[in-house]
Ligand binder design. Sequence first.
Ligand code: SF4
Length: 703
Amino acid sequence: MRQAAEMPNSSTGDETTIVKSTCRLCFNGCGVLISIKDGHPTSLTGDPDHPLSKGMICPRGHAALELLDHPHRLRHPIKRTGPRGGGKWERVSWDEALDTIVAELTKIGNRLGPQAVVFMRGGSKGTSDDHLTRLANIFGSPNVSTTSSICYSPCALASKHTYGFMAYPDLKHPPRCIIRWGFNPKVTLPPLHREIVKATSAGTKLVVIDPRVSNDRADLQLQPKPGSDGALALAMAHVIIEEGLYDRAFVERWTVGFRRLRAHLQVHTPEIAQAMTWVPAQKIREAARMYATVRPGCILWGNALESGPNNYQTCRAICILRALTGNLGAAGSDVMWSDLGELQRRSPLFTRPELLPPDMAAQRLGAHAKLLPDFAYAPHNLVAKAILDGKPYPIRGAYLQGGNLLCTSADSQLMSKALTKLDFIAATDHFMTPTTALADIVLPASTYLEHNSVEQPWHFPVASIQQQVADPGETRSEGQICNDLARRIGHGEYAFEDMDEFLEFYLHPAGMSFDQFRSQGTIAGPKQLLAHEEHGFPTPSGLVELYSAPLGELGLPPLPEYREFNLTDDQFPLIMTSQKSPQFYHSCGRQLPSLRRSKPEPSMRLHPETAQSLGLNDGTMALLTTATGSIRQCVRLDESLTPGVVMADYGWWFPEQGAAQEFGWRQANLNVLTSAPEPCSSELGSAALRGIPCRIEPMEEQS
Ligand code: SF4
């Protein structure tokens, strides 16, 4: 291992060396300064010079050293010796593990075709995402399965199909109005939260759209029924057009389909939306007026908008709100940023799609389901169903790159049955989890402190240095593991010599070596204000496509629609949504003492009126049931929630219960309640993770 003191982007005190790096414990990629003594990290703090995080670090980031030194971390490859899920393992060498994985997956590929092996991962983890896609292409399978259908692709593809690019808020200028819609950045995007606070302190108007009042700085708070945001967006567009608040000059010069949109929106009145969304019509009007008239404005959209069958249509409607108001491309609105094209993230030179023959690419499970043709992944729920049904063809092997799918994918029971049915599973992770427990071979992944990399978060075009500061022992980065497998598959010419060569390849287009990047620390893509005035919009028409003829040709609605799906009844009278905790990223971190002390158990929030009507008190353990399953969580009263809504914690399992009790994944795991087969979005196959009818019953046990 290179010593920290040799690293250009480090400084040395008497005994302690400080090294700049980037936290990878969630997608935000905050800059960190790591103190190293005697060759091992001893503490870390936020890097005030990082362009995004500016010194901020959250509780998850602070817990990085607990993760690094945790006694239960996987430290060497292991191989199953008893029945699947039986908890019996033996230590094996890396050579034996990798050879076995390649032999077993190749056997399946030879017997049934390479499409019978699926390469799955959880949330985005930087360059290792592309390593996995590259590995699948080298193997010859079209089935890379990710969370993208419920995270990123709904926003990204709706944006691409409406105006050609993913727009990012230009908070620098700053906006005079911000709509914060479907997320709580204080929990999931702390650097963005800080920017919102800064803007509102300087007078920016803030509209918050969230079933729970989560920001007391809001000038206007709308609390929609979970899952109904699409109806709300269409009603806001109705108000903006019918009250003549739209930007006529922008609409006439830069959009196509305005008259059709106007006719389409006639029925989407605020009064009709009120019945579907529970938001008073007057508040819908106020929000629409504020966004259209207090300009420039931007809409910060969150993951709740992507978690259901209306996700793509909802995102299309929000894209259209931006265009109607001219809040697109102008300073202080949502604008185009360079995508750091000079680096190799998602580049075909990296992922090598040409290795997949066109007839094999057409076999992707998403293509069979007639999902959007430019959606390049197979959603987890489609994979689970295909494994169980054997249709449209058999899936018999899986390579799982982290993700803990039993806790993070829709319909955990279905996923468990599906994985159990496979002939062979290889998995990587930091710890044994409910999901790795079902594997045949488990490989120990290194943490971000144990390997060099270039970190690129998906939500802002900034690349940052990630420096190895601890001895990885036998662990390897997930990218390296993919590369080691690629070499063994028999296509050594496509494997990098080692990860140093990979990093040089990755940075080569930027004209710098990894050592030079260490000195620089970050590369930020520039904003492109009013780029359309020079180049038009990068769409087939060169305009913002309010009406999308290409979508119509695919048999999809050319104008955004809202399909009501979340209807309550006597059996399930409440509506469930979910929340993430500041302590945890998806299902990670439940082993880490500081995080668990601060959040020892999962809870569901209820308005006191709702709780009282059910005979529930704060601290009561209760059974939460949907049409798919039941879990138990502790009730917490929350006056800021809309009555009738249940906001349950997501991602829970209990590492302390051990393999014999399946790490407790069936007890409080929200995805026991979600359904994979339906309802799903027709564009992306996304399952409904929020806005689900449910009921709650008291249990005897008290917390
Ligand atoms: S927000 Fe994410 S990247 Fe930033 S410190 Fe927390 S865990 Fe790390």
